[in-house]
Design a protein around this ligand. Structure first.
Ligand code: 13P
Ligand code: 13P
Ligand code: MG
Ligand code: MG
Length: 362
């Protein structure tokens, strides 16, 4: 058995340039500087999507390791200093506290990590999204690992034919449950069809090998006030008993509707784009997804391959723009605007409080 490698993706919004649209290049430079001098990483890549910085890091310390989380935290703090100097919008937005407690979970940044024995060839995809929430990965992960109309490997590859295990988290009541698929896909869909409440945290092979994992924290629920949506990340391992790269990308040819967009309060299509095109502008959107592919080589990140730059996703982008045109015309009306229970952590309750005394009994 070789030494296991860990892939950690830790992300935060520490200030937007301009508004909530992108990350200023100086923040990326600062993040690279901090990670370079750390000495505890095998390799890293600093990715961006909209106004979110994603630290993609490999190491041998395992998941949930204090040193890695501290490195990410301190990197975000250093970037915050730059953001403050440039007066970027919402500088330090995702850092909920000034004091680091040993683990970034629950403190603002989003985290997706996995540890595994690197295979003879280890293709991975890091999906990063902006202007949406962790549940945005539910539908694509379901398609990748449970839908034979998306993933033909489930039908014709004997190594995939047995199906996968889905670990689902209840983000409101802090519980988890594991579903066997395909046996329990109808049970699974009851829950993951409500992506604001139930999220696919990880997918495992039936032998218990990790295949995919996502970030699932909800900052607003933690902070009790509006601080933007928790723009999520997701790692998917590919090939040889797992979905082929093209099977993992295929769900994004359909720009499904997700929660987020303007003020984190609207439903809109998730548009797959190249990293350079992840500049959510129209109504602060529409929501974006970027897919960075890497081959791991003894923990080195060979890449990235910016998959959604491919012209085969042009139609998805066109469709997303058409859906955006259509749904925007509803303005402040549901279901374009999120339902009231989802607006609880926005600024809407303050407006409602002001009008409270105007209501009379019927
Ligand atoms: P693997 O069997 O290596 O996953 O490759 C299958 C394939 O050709 C995907 O397009
Ligand atoms: P972010 O969550 O990406 O910061 O966006 C917040 C927002 O209010 C966009 O309109
Ligand atoms: Mg922002
Ligand atoms: Mg963002």
């Amino acid at each position: 058995m070789g030494e296991k490698v860990s892939l950690s993706v830790i992300k935060a919004d520490i200030g937007g340039f301009v508004g909530h649209s992108t990350v200023h290049p100086e923040l990326v430079i600062k993040a690279k500087e901090e990670l370079t001098k750390s000495g505890i990483l095998i390799d890293f890549f600093v990715g961006t999507v909209g106004d979110d910085i994603n630290l993609i890091m490999t190491h041998t310390l395992g998941v949930d390791h204090g040193e890695i989380h501290k490195l990410a935290w301190n990197t975000f703090l250093a970037c915050t200093e730059v953001a403050k100097k440039l007066k970027l919008y919402g500088a330090g937005q995702d850092l909920l506290s000034d004091a680091f407690s040993g683990n970034v979970k629950g403190m603002g940044p989003g985290v997706a990590e996995m540890e595994f024995e690197e295979r003879k060839s280890e293709p991975v995809i890091v999906f990063m999204a902006d202007k949406t929430e962790p549940g945005a990965w539910n539908l694509p992960l379901y398609k990748m690992f449970a839908d034979p109309f998306n993933t033909i490997g489930l039908v014709i590859d004997p190594k995939m034919h047995g199906g996968f295990l889905f670990e689902v988290h209840d983000l409101i009541h802090h519980k988890k449950v594991i579903f066997q698929c395909p046996e329990e896909i109808y049970d699974l869909l009851v829950f993951i069809g409500a992506p604001g409440h139930y999220c696919i945290k990880s997918v495992y092979t039936k032998e218990g090998e990790v295949a995919a994992t996502s970030s699932t924290q909800r900052l607003n629920l933690m902070a009790g006030r509006y601080i933007g949506k928790d723009d999520p990340v997701c790692i998917v391992r590919c090939q040889n008993g797992l979905p082929a790269v093209g099977e993992a990308l295929e769900p994004f040819a359909y720009p499904h509707l997700v929660a987020g967009w303007m003020r984190g309060s609207h439903v809109g299509p998730l548009m797959p784009v190249a990293m350079k095109d992840a500049v959510p502008s129209r109504f602060d959107g529409p929501p974006r997804a970027v897919a960075l592919g890497f081959q791991l080589a003894d923990g080195k990140l060979i890449g990235p391959q910016d998959f959604f730059a491919d012209v085969s996703f042009n139609e998805a982008r066109n469709t997303a723009n058409q859906i955006a045109n259509y749904v925007r015309r509803m303005g402040p009306f549901e279901p374009h605007r999120l339902p009231l229970n989802e607006m609880e952590y926005t600024t809407l309750p303050d407006v409602m409080k002001k009008l409270k005394d105007r209501f009379q009994e019927l």
